[in-house]
Ligand binder design. Structure first.
Ligand code: FE2
Ligand code: FE2
Length: 208
């Protein structure tokens, strides 16, 4: 059995009402309003992968599962929704120079909080940092970051290597993904949101 198949062995059994104002069924209904089926199915796979990684790493699988489930909740919102949140919450104005790739986590966690009634800081931070990472990511942020990268449908050339590394050591997976992501962005001459560089510096500082 490959690593890609193993993650489907368990069924999600949490209703998440310990951490959200809605139960899982209601959360799924809200998600369907804002996501196409492809993105929705990705979220379900990240949820299950996050539960597996949480169990492997001795942290609460319910918290990790919920973070994984809602990590891309805001991914397909219109730009105006994000711009409104950035302005209303007086977030870093430099965010306006970036786009959904950054906004759906770094800003989108506020939509998760407001619309799904999730107030647990561990979950909100995991959503906030799932794309760019952060200094001192806790286990939930690490699990969400990696579950998004290695969920079973990911088929980029290094996906299996990423799975092997991550199931062996979660933090090594974070280092691996961060390196690949930064290389990709630099290779395409893409601007890097400064908080992502701060996260990168923090991650490599631990390698010395
Ligand atoms: Fe995402
Ligand atoms: Fe994702």
């Amino acid at each position: 059995m490959t690593l890609r198949r193993m993650v489907f062995m368990n069924e999600v059994k949490y209703d998440y009402t310990n951490y959200a104002k809605m139960n899982r069924t209601e959360i799924l209904e809200e998600m369907k309003k804002h996501l196409n089926d492809k993105r929705f199915q990705h979220c379900l796979r990240v949820e299950q992968t996050a539960i597996d990684l949480a169990n492997e790493n001795g942290v609460n699988p319910e918290i990790a599962g919920l973070a994984g489930l809602v990590h891309d909740y805001a991914k397909q919102r219109p730009n105006e929704d994000f711009i409104k949140v950035i302005k209303e919450h007086h977030l870093d104005p430099d965010l306006l120079n970036y786009g959904k790739a950054i906004w759906h986590g770094y800003v989108g966690y506020l939509l998760v909080q407001a619309e799904l009634g999730i107030n647990d800081a561990r979950i909100l931070n995991a959503v906030k940092y799932h794309t760019i990472g952060a200094p001192d990511m806790d286990k939930y942020a690490q699990v969400t970051y990696m579950a998004d990268f290695i969920e079973p449908d990911r088929d980029f050339s290094e996906a299996d290597e990423a799975r092997k590394i991550t199931h062996k050591n979660l933090w090594d997976g974070v280092i691996f993904q961060n390196e690949k992501t930064m290389q990709l962005l630099v290779g395409k001459n893409k601007a890097i949101y400064p908080a992502a560089i701060v996260a990168y510096n923090s991650i490599v500082a631990g390698l010395k």
